[in-house]
Design a binder for this molecule. Structure first.
Ligand code: CDP
Ligand code: CDP
Length: 215
């Protein structure tokens, strides 16, 4: 059983992914953390993010056992991740791990930008989670303030818009809904309401894919 969740920055993919995974007893992978971790290696080395070869080496040798490092979730890492994620060899290097994660038993929830289109095109359910840029900036602002990160709303909104533009317009694995994805606009939904709405969508797909709980 694979649930693929894609969508733009701070739309609530990770939060929803974790809730769905807990609910159905599946494993969860926030694939953005992989790109953030590659970016962190370059930043720690003092290597410019424009160094495609260094980014590729970092992706090929990535230690995936430290994805829970809180530093990965900072605003600087998100921005840097969107630069290195545009390099095809970086994406190629991270693909096998993501695909392997997807096919484990009893199943997995993966969230990112290209899960339904590239990583797991065979996913049983594909969700595309959106919200207005202003609402996403409000969410990220709140989240970063709670983490104690110095930041302001206008800067976050600008970053989110720039990141959306970069993710949508890149030539390799651009952010877009898979043709068979179900789109959920969460602009006016909180995390609980989003989970409930997503549950209805996922369960609506189960008859075609058999009983989830029995897998
Ligand atoms: O949490 P947020 O949505 O802000 O970002 P993220 O999901 O952690 O992803 C950070 C960056 O990694 C994104 O802006 C994308 O450029 C890139 N990414 C990607 O290209 N493909 C994925 N499957 C996941 C993330
Ligand atoms: O993974 P992604 O970057 O798409 O977003 P996230 O990190 O899951 O969520 C960003 C913030 O929005 C978190 O603090 C969530 O609690 C909050 N949020 C949400 O996830 N879903 C909503 N419908 C409303 C708020």
């Amino acid at each position: 059983m694979i649930i693929a969740i894609d969508g733009p920055a701070a739309s609530g993919k990770g939060t929803l992914g974790k809730r769905l995974a807990d609910h159905f007893g599946l494993e969860h992978l926030d694939t953005g953390l992989l790109y953030r971790a590659v970016a962190r290696v370059l930043l720690d080395q003092g290597t410019p993010l424009t160094d495609r070869d260094a980014a590729t080496v970092a992706a090929e040798n990535l230690d995936v056992s430290h994805l829970d490092d809180p530093r990965l979730r900072g605003a600087e890492m998100g921005e840097a991740a969107s630069v290195v994620s545009a390099y095809q060899p970086v994406r190629d290097a991270l693909l096998a791990f993501q695909r392997q994660f997807g096919v484990q038993e009893p199943g997995a929830v993966l969230d990112g930008r290209d899960i339904g289109t590239v990583v797991c095109p065979q996913a049983d359910v594909k969700l595309f989670i959106t919200a207005s840029a202003e609402e996403r900036a409000r969410r990220r602002h709140r989240e970063l303030l709670n983490r104690g990160e110095e930041t302001d709303y206008e800067t976050i909104l600008r970053d989110i818009r720039r990141r959306d533009e970069r993710d949508i317009n890149r030539s390799t694995a651009p952010l877009k809904a898979a043709e068979d994805a179900l789109t959920l606009d969460t602009t006016h939904l909180d995390a609980d309401e989003t989970f409930q709405a997503a549950l209805v969508l996922v369960e609506g797909r189960i008859p075609r894919n058999q009983d989830l709980a029995s897998r």
